[in-house]
Each structure stands twice: as C-alpha cells, then as structure tokens.
Ligand binder design. Structure first.
Ligand code: SIN
Length: 338
C-alpha cells in the first residue's frame, strides 16, 4: 500500500500523538538548515532492507537536496531492535524498519505475521498487506506515537541448527534464538524446543559458541550474517514470514513541512518497491550462495515431513486468536488463494 494513502488514513489519529519528540523546528523557513533524518537498522547493507535504505537516501538527497539529509546506520551501529523504537519516540532516530515480530509491546496484533504456516508464499503476504486487514494493521501503532509508513519484505524463514531438523521431534530440547514475539516462543514450545529472545546482533556469536542450537531466519539474513558458517544444517521449511514495518515517530513525521513529507513519502514508496524486488532476488541468490559454499547442508522436506511440522505448530493459531484477531487470521488464509 502507498505511503501517501497510509498517511491520509492515519493523519487524524496521529495528531493526538504529536505532543513531544523531534518535530523539525524549522518548518516553513526558507533558509533553514537541512532536516536530518537518521535511518537505523540492524541488517547488512547487502540485504533487502539495507539496499532499500540506501536507495531511499539517494532518492531523497536528489529530490530534496539541501532540505533533507539522510544518514543510514546499518548493522545495529546506532540502535538495536530492542531500543530503536524508544529512541525514535525520544527523537534520537527518525526512521527504522524493525521486523514485524519486534512490535509486540506496541501493537500485539502485528504478531499475526508470526503465526507458523499462515502464508503460503510472499505473493500471499503481498495480497494480505495490500488488503483491508493489512492496511488496518499498518495503522495499529497510532496510539503509541508511531506512524507505520509501509511494509517491506525480506522473505520466508528457514530453520537452521547444528543437527538435522527433519521432523518436529528433532527440535525437542534444542535452544533456538527468536525475535521478541510470544507467538514465536509458542511456535518453538509447540515442538518442545526452548525459545530464547535475543537481539539480532548477538545471534552469530550465540551460534558460534554453541550457547544456542539453532535459529530461524531468511536466506538473506542467514547468508549476509554468515549464520550458515556456524550452522551445519538448514531446513528449507518456509514456515513463516519475516517482513518489516517502516516506521517514524508521529511527532517527527507530522511536524515536517507538507511538501517535504510528500517528497519523503514518494521516495519511500519507490525505495520499498525496489527493496521488495531485492528481497525476491536475494531469496534465490543467497540460498544458492549458501549451497555453493558447502558450509551448510540444505535439507528439503518431503510432503509428509512438512505436514508433521504444520500439525505440530498450527495449534499456535488458536492460542493467539484473541490477540491477533480471528478476522485477521481468516483474511490471511484467504490471501493464500490466488
Ligand atoms: C532483521 O531482518 O531486521 C532482523 C531479523 C532478526 O532479528 O532475526
């Protein structure tokens, strides 16, 4: 969905959330210094989000030259996902795109996206996000002083471990790093594994030192952060989706001069479309690069093995139905039909 549409939908609700923070003080002044927009994220530059952020910076600095300056901080250099939203509300960072799984304290309903085996593929995710239920969820942060500006794809998640995971019982007793989502915790508990909520920046070391046994992530993150070098097996489970919500604070976004906000929204729409294409390409390229490296064995599940994972994990849907919304689950399931 377009950023401009989202902004219109949210504007009324967001006005109430604009009391403090980092509204540009130079609104309307012709001779003002450029507005500084810091974009903080946790992944490498050569990833869908990393490339999207760079494209956004290029577009903005071309179209709003002298009016807006964008600084991109990748690899958790500025903030990690555990503190970026707090920092945003304090005005220390203006743009971020945390994984949808990291909003549980801000909009528990966004954990819908974490339900295991909810979406068949990224096309279904696209259909859902572009539909009424997806658009409503995009606006679910307004009471928290944040503006959801658009969804951005990474891709479907795979399971990695230091032992082969073919059937759910292979995960019994194993420790898996997860993002900060209770749905993801329940997903691993459903196969009698031990979930541990840890920041992305710590995952490589936790795997390397064998403090944990495995993790779940996309091909792009597994490749760019070299998890495949410290995990002997990757199961191509496609059991969930890892997508992002591009966010700003309402105070900053609504305090911008109208033409600047429009320019940023247009640049963001274009950068997101580009990032989504990168996501599709990288899911194929990075899987191949991992396979070619010979460092990690990729396990393809048979239909029967996959059905066992679905059967074990799907009860999580019922467990979280009240939090994520029955209607939202139904809309997501409907989006699987082409
Ligand atoms: C990200 O892709 O931004 C990080 C995902 C994770 O924490 O696993």
């Amino acid at each position: 969905m377009g950023v401009r549409v989202v902004c219109c939908l949210l504007f009324a609700g967001l006005l109430t959330a604009c009391g403090g923070g980092d509204a540009p003080a130079d609104k309307g002044k012709a001779d003002a210094k450029p507005i500084l927009l810091k974009f903080s994220h946790v992944v490498a530059e050569n990833t869908p989000k990393g490339k999207m952020a760079i494209r956004f910076k290029e577009l903005v600095e071309k179209r709003l030259a002298g009016r807006v300056k964008v600084e991109v901080y990748p690899n958790s250099q500025l903030f990690g996902d555990n503190n970026v939203l707090e920092a945003m509300l304090l005005g220390d960072v203006q743009l971020a795109a945390p994984a949808l799984s990291k909003f549980e304290n801000y909009s528990p309903a966004l954990q819908l996206f974490d339900l295991p085996f909810l979406f068949r593929d990224m096309q279904a995710v696209d259909r859902f996000q572009g539909g009424p239920a997806g658009r409503a969820l995009l606006g679910s942060l307004s009471s928290k002083g944040l503006v959801g500006l658009g969804y951005l794809h990474n891709g479907m998640k795979q399971l990695s471990a230091n032992q082969p995971l073919r059937v759910p019982s292979d995960a019994n007793g194993k420790k898996f790093r997860i993002m900060t989502s209770d749905v993801l915790a329940a997903q691993f508990e459903a196969v009698d594994a031990v979930p541990l909520k840890k920041p992305f920046s710590e995952v490589f070391t936790l795997l390397q030192t064998k403090a944990i046994d495995g993790q779940e992530n996309t091909w792009s993150n597994i490749y760019s952060k070299k998890f495949y070098e410290v995990q002997e097996y990757i199961t191509e489970s496609n059991h969930g989706v890892l997508d992002y919500l591009v966010v700003s604070s309402a105070a900053f976004w609504n305090g911008l001069p109208d033409d600047v906000r429009d320019g940023l929204a247009g640049a963001l729409d274009e950068a997101i479309a580009y990032g989504n294409q990168v996501a599709l390409d990288k899911a194929v390229e990075d899987k191949k690069a991992i396979a070619d490296s010979g460092r990690s064995t990729i396990i393809e599940l048979t239909d029967d093995e996959r059905a066992q994972w679905v059967e074990a994990m799907k009860p999580v849907w019922m467990q979280f139905e009240k939090i994520v919304g029955k209607d939202n689950i139904e809309a997501a399931v409907a989006a699987n039909k082409r």
